[in-house]
Ligand binder design. Structure first.
Ligand code: C2O
Ligand code: CU
Ligand code: CU
Length: 490
């Protein structure tokens, strides 16, 4: 299988060597984010039950300052799909109709679903066809999401607009009486490139390496929105649905906010933070308290600078605005205890596996590789020096096994948000780089951000759902060019 620019026919004419071999490469800077006017009101995606039809199609999305923009959606109404909202235990029946001009499918990111319902990259729906995704939600409350996953087309289809939230509720979470209704704000945060009335997806050589980062940051499909708030606590549920961009979320006031949940639902206890690094695919469930904010004051959700390799975190920018427009008395008090998370320990892992995720420098001086012709050296993204191969199983797992996996980015120069399908895992440790776990990493996770220089150990309780699943970097350009592997549960 040819993974786009980094072809697998790299046997003799290409010498691949670890980036530690002395060659340093300037990754170049991404196009800077352009801040908008923050005058258009935030929109909240429509809610759908667990039985629905999603039609992947071309849409003309009305993106405030841009007017009509050609993109992709699951309904004729615009980018993104409805937020599928369902109690745990519910039977799901989603009919995907493919009205695109290319294959697609749906992956249920974070959900534990049977292998043949999981949107494996080889399990696709052709143009004009449809497929019924049927499974039962069998896990805790949380903010999950769905998006296409066809091999080598995931980045393009997600970037152009195909994605949606999937919210699971359960009685434990409902008993906390967290802010709901208009005080619960799901936010899908995605950077886009918009040119000539189209969301264009044409990463240049450098952007295939860093991942594609757009200059316009949309929230729920709106560019630079404003949300009016009351003097109360809000539940703000963030999905970083960007292809490659990492955000270091903070409030422009410098105020702290409270983290209550991660990828796989509630944390055990709330954690007060002033900033939070969230990589592509990761979710953060927050309580933001506006109760002490003066009337008519404005607070921005911003992304602050951070250390994340050459291409990320070099710019601070505003994402959206909250404007305090009404005084109310809010009596909500966040409980000191949210849930129970039984910590897994290394000694419970029957199997240890290590995955080398360092980027690899490839010398192109003797070869002519498709898209990557302008410079002689390019970076390749692989796992254990191998690109994705649908015919190779990288890890054979015993049904129900607990395993420890190590992602080693010690000598790498790029961040990799590593994601496993079909499971929720815990993060045991991080050495090198930040050298610590973040508050977001104290709960259940399905995506672990591994920055340059870091080695991250995770512990995974695999389910009893037999079959083939993928794991990959959720930088979608990395994924599409081969930074993906397969595990099979037997
Ligand atoms: Cu959201 Cu395979 O990923
Ligand atoms: Cu996934
Ligand atoms: Cu990556």
């Amino acid at each position: 299988m040819n993974h786009g620019s980094s072809s697998s026919s790299s046997s003799s004419s290409t010498s691949a060597s670890s980036s530690s071999s002395g060659m340093q490469m300037d990754m170049g800077q991404p196009v800077p984010v352009k801040e908008g006017g923050f005058t258009t009101h935030l929109a909240i995606p429509a809610i759908s039950g667990g039985t629905a039809t999603l039609t992947a199609q071309k849409v003309a999305a009305n993106i405030n300052e841009f007017g009509e923009v050609a993109g992709l959606g699951y309904t004729p109404n615009g980018l993104l799909g409805p937020t599928i909202t369902t109690p745990s235990g519910q039977a799901i029946n989603i009919n995907l109709v493919n009205n695109l001009t290319e294959k697609t499918n749906i992956h249920w990111h974070g959900l534990k679903v049977p292998a043949d319902m999981d949107g494996h990259p080889e399990n696709t729906v052709s143009t004009g066809e449809s497929f019924n995704y049927k499974f039962t939600v069998n896990q805790r409350a949380g903010l999950y999401w769905y998006h296409p996953h066809p091999d080598m087309l995931t980045g393009k289809q997600v970037f152009q607009g195909l994605a949606g939230l999937f919210i699971v509720n359960d009685s434990e979470e409902l008993s906390l009486k967290l802010p709901a209704g208009n005080r619960e704000l799901p936010l899908v945060i995605q950077d886009k490139r918009i040119a000539a009335g189209t969301i264009t997806y044409a990463p240049e050589t450098m952007e295939q390496m860093t991942g594609l980062m757009g200059e316009y940051v949309l929230v729920n499909g709106i560019y630079a929105p404003v949300q009016m708030v009351e003097t109360a606590k809000y539940r703000v549920r963030i999905l970083n649905g960007s292809n490659a961009r990492i955000y270091n979320f903070a409030l422009s006031s410098g105020a702290s906010f409270t983290l209550i949940g991660s990828d796989g639902g509630l944390l055990a206890t709330p954690k007060e933070v002033t900033n939070l690094l969230v990589g592509p695919g990761e979710r953060a469930d927050l309580i933001i308290d506006f109760s002490a904010a003066p009337l008519n004051s404005e607070v921005f959700l911003i992304s602050k600078l951070f250390e994340g390799g050459d291409a990320q975190g070099k710019q601070e920018f505003k994402v959206m605005k909250f404007k305090v427009e009404k005084y109310v008395v809010d009596t909500f008090n966040l409980p000191a205890r949210l849930s129970t998370i039984t910590k897994l320990t290394e000694s419970q892992a029957k199997e240890h596996r290590t995955f080398d995720i360092q980027n690899v420098m490839e010398d192109h001086s003797m070869s002519g590789h498709g898209a990557m012709t302008e410079s002689s050296d390019t970076m390749r993204h692989m796992i254990n020096m191998q690109e994705y191969d649908a015919n190779r199983i990288d890890a054979l797992i015993k049904s129900g096994a607990i395993e420890m996996w190590t992602f080693d980015n010690t000598k790498g120069e790029e961040p990799h948000p590593m994601h496993l399908h079909g499971v929720q895992f815990q993060i045991l440790s991080r050495t090198g780089g930040r050298n610590t776990l973040t508050p977001l990493e104290s709960g259940w996770k399905d995506t672990a951000l591994v920055l340059p220089g870091e080695t991250v150990k995770i512990i995974i309780p695999f389910g009893n759902t037999l079959g083939k699943f993928v794991f990959h970097c959720h930088n979608l350009e990395h994924e599409d060019t081969g930074m993906m592997g397969q595990f099979q549960i037997n």
